[in-house]
Design a protein around this ligand. Structure first.
Ligand code: 13P
Length: 291
């Protein structure tokens, strides 16, 4: 039960009125911390890697870590490839054992987005129990190799979203609704909650078929998170916050223990700070105790 795809746990989340956290990790320590939090809080979880960390550690190493940690965890864990713009790399990760793949062709023309997304869907569904995430519209900000300026960012059109999902056969859908990668420049970012609710109603109003993903979790005010949850958000992506936690925790520990040369103690502190950040998200997403 521990190795699952994203759609499986998101459907459960929608039925139960909660959402699942999807946390971007770059190394083993963060990977362990996310699973620590999920076990401690009895919560389902999605661990995700963007393309660069996946290439840095290697897909086989990533999947070996995933299987080792997830197989012994008493909670469902999904390994997701985030924002991959390369169809061949999506296929490589599917072959290696990722259980959810995001093909991000959102910067391409609409027809090309459909073509590439469908190619990945067909491949993943043939290879195994792998769900696929697609995106329509564009999320502004920087995530790994993808940069979208505010001027370029475009919200997803509801009618086109329905057609996109139908023609590609994706399992989970990320509509651009105004959230952004990185740190929000304002305390009250402009998010189109209504657009999210309309798309969710059109897709899932007659029974859950294609759960929705919210990108750009870092810095979203808690009341926005609750509104997005109510509007149908079943997976919330959090990346920048964990990167900051990692660097800040290392900095804090090293600067207050300048004469200590015990990497194990440093790692324990960083892992613990990361675990606490993940737990805070799990509480906001109301997935604590759901397993
Ligand atoms: P943040 O970096 O804003 O948390 O966004 C994460 C994300 O959406 C990854 O896909």
């Amino acid at each position: 039960m521990s190795i699952v795809n994203a759609k499986e746990i998101m459907v459960e989340a929608l039925k139960g009125g909660y959402a699942v956290g999807a946390f971007n990790v770059t190394d083993l320590l963060q990977f362990e911390a996310v699973i620590d939090a999920a076990i401690e809080k009895k919560a389902p979880v999605i661990v995700q890697t963007s393309v660069k960390p996946s290439q840095f550690l290697g897909t086989n190493m990533m999947v070996a870590i995933y299987r080792t940690l997830a197989e012994s965890a008493p909670v469902p864990v999904c390994l997701h490839l985030d924002h991959c713009t390369d169809v061949d790399y999506c296929k490589k990760c599917a072959d290696a054992g990722y259980t959810n793949i995001m093909i991000d062709a959102s910067k391409q023309s609409y027809e090309e987005n459909i073509r590439q997304t469908k190619e990945v869907v067909d491949y993943c569904h043939k290879v195994g129990n792998i769900s696929v995430e697609g995106e329509l519209g564009t999320v502004s900000g920087v995530e790994d190799q993808i940069k979208v300026s505010e001027d370029e960012a475009q919200l997803a059109n509801p009618e086109q979203s329905i057609e996109f999902v139908a023609r590609t056969g994706i399992d989970i859908f990320a509509p651009a609704i105004g959230t952004a990668h990185g740190v929000y420049k304002t305390k009250n970012p402009k998010i189109d909650f209504e657009r999210m609710a309309i798309i969710n109603k059109m897709l899932n109003g007659n029974g859950i078929k294609t759960p929705l993903v919210v990108h750009g979790g870092t810095g979203l005010p808690e009341d926005y998170i609750k509104k997005l949850l109510a509007a149908g958000g079943a997976k919330f992506n959090v990346s920048t916050e964990l990167k900051r936690t990692l660097i800040d925790a290392k900095w804090e520990y090293i600067s207050t223990h300048r004469d200590e040369y015990d990497p194990g103690k440093l790692d324990k502190f960083v892992r613990d700070e990361t675990r606490k950040a993940v737990i805070h998200w799990m509480e906001m997403l109301e997935c604590v105790g759901k397993v």
